[in-house]
Design a protein around this ligand. Structure first.
Ligand code: LRH
Ligand code: MN
Length: 431
């Protein structure tokens, strides 16, 4: 790592004079619209999004998976990659583990992994349970199956196994220093009449109650909604309304997690964010982007204006700052190098945040009060169309990271290096 840090500094030195003149110009431009550029840099530097442990390897679809080589062979190497990512972006300070794909085991296993991560300056964000696949460790050694659901299953023994798996994930998270658990359920059904909407909902509500009873007082629990896949007629937690009912019905520290890809086409996701924040039930995000379904593409790569509007609603809820929430990335890297994709995803979040911070909120409120839609649009687009890249680069530089993370990642030759160490055919666990 030390060597990489000096390499990053070398690469920054090459770009410093250009950066400084670009930065001076950007600060002047935003200053002219009454926005404090220094405050933008400070808030961007404060932001961080957790890296998903299941996406530092190559993802795939049912039609195929094309690993690129040099992938992390275990959770330790996944954290090495997240540390590399964070050294370049300065904004991925935590990793979100998915169990059992990443399960060091309680006791010495967890302690060892926590020590390794701490040495690399990486913390543990929300834990993810997995009751959408049959793994011996989650199905009572194979005595049950999640084919017909987990918490929603009509079979009490299956529900019991799912609850116990979530308890285990929480116990592991406690030992790793995490403070939240995300419960995404694949539960639902494919054929009208196959199951009862109300029956499934009530069983899930009861199950979440038993999971919540195991959650420590300084933790939060997140319910993640999704309209379809793998269920193709009804998903039990299908939208923000159902997720909110489940959260409010389970406990005060249960909140809704918004995965951007989990919304039907043309859903106004920024309005969903505004509603959940308004009632104090906005727990976190799985940032990604999509053109059609849950495509898990690079953040901001398809609908950057929507991302800008979503972050605008967060700043509105946070009084001009990002509210405390679990900001995480959830992507599947089918064609790009996983770390290069995560670098671009994080940069897209930093850029959208800087753009949203460049909206003069007082002017916007004035225009709204005056029903002056044209001026409101002008104020909004002025932020969105500001070239904030020098402000974002400066925020990274102040975090000891790279002015140009992707170019620096390639200049350092990290992937060829780990491919030589791990082998061209090493493949990571995950989706
Ligand atoms: C479901 C989901 C969920 C994770 C999984 C990896 O689509 O978004 O957050 O458990 O992806
Ligand atoms: Mn997700």
């Amino acid at each position: 790592m030390a060597n990489d840090r000096s390499r990053i500094e070398e690469e920054n030195q090459i770009r410093l004079s250009w950066h400084e003149s670009d930065l001076a110009h950007a600060l002047d431009v935003v200053g002219r619209s009454g926005v404090d550029g220094e405050a933008v840099i400070t808030e961007v530097a404060r932001f961080s999004a957790a890296a998903p442990s299941w996406a530092v390897g190559t993802g795939g679809t049912r039609f195929g998976r094309f690993p690129g080589g040099g992938e992390p062979r275990d959770t330790y190497e996944k954290i090495d990659d997240v540390a590399m990512l964070n050294s370049l972006t300065g904004a991925n300070r935590t990793v979100s583990l998915h169990v059992p794909w990443d399960d060091p085991g309680l006791g010495a296993g967890a302690a060892g992994l926590r020590r390794h991560a701490a040495e690399l300056g990486i913390g543990f964000d929300a834990m993810n349970s997995n009751t959408f696949q049959d793994n011996p460790s989650t199905t009572n050694e194979g005595r049950v199956s999640y084919k017909f659901g987990s918490l929603a299953n009509v079979d009490e023994a299956v529900r019991r196994a799912a609850i116990e798996h979530n308890h285990y994930v929480i116990d592991l998270g406690i030992e790793l220093g995490s403070h939240a658990v995300t419960v995404w359920l694949a539960d639902g059904f494919n054929h009208p009449g196959q199951a009862s909407f109300r029956g499934q909902f009530e069983r899930v509500l009861a199950g979440l109650g038993e999971i919540y009873a195991h959650v420590p007082d300084d933790w939060e629990m997140y319910t993640e909604h999704k309209p379809y896949e793998p269920a193709f007629y009804s998903s039990v937690n299908n939208d923000w309304g159902t997720s909110l009912l489940l959260a409010q019905g389970t406990g005060d520290r249960v909140k809704c997690l918004v995965d951007l890809g989990h919304h039907l086409p043309n859903t106004n996701i920024e309005q969903v964010v505004s509603r959940l924040a308004m009632v104090g039930r906005l727990g976190g995000f799985h940032f990604n982007d999509s053109k059609y379904g849950d495509d898990d593409l690079t953040v901001g790569s398809i609908t950057p204006f929507q991302l800008f509007l979503i972050i605008g609603e967060l700043l509105d809820a946070g009084g001009g700052r990002m509210p405390d929430a679990a900001y995480m990335i959830d992507e599947s890297h089918n064609l790009k190098d996983p770390l290069e994709d995560l670098i671009q995803a994080t940069d897209a979040l930093q850029v959208a945040l800087a753009q949203a911070l460049c909206v003069n909120r007082a002017d916007l409120a004035d225009a709204q009060q005056a029903n002056d839609a044209a001026r409101a649009a002008e104020v909004l687009h002025r932020g969105f169309r500001t070239d904030v890249r020098p402000l974002v680069a400066e925020a990274r530089r102040r975090n000891g990271a790279a002015l140009d993370p992707l170019a620096t990642f390639r200049a350092i030759g990290y992937r060829p290096g780990v491919t030589a160490a791990r082998g061209a055919d090493s493949v990571a666990t995950g989706l």
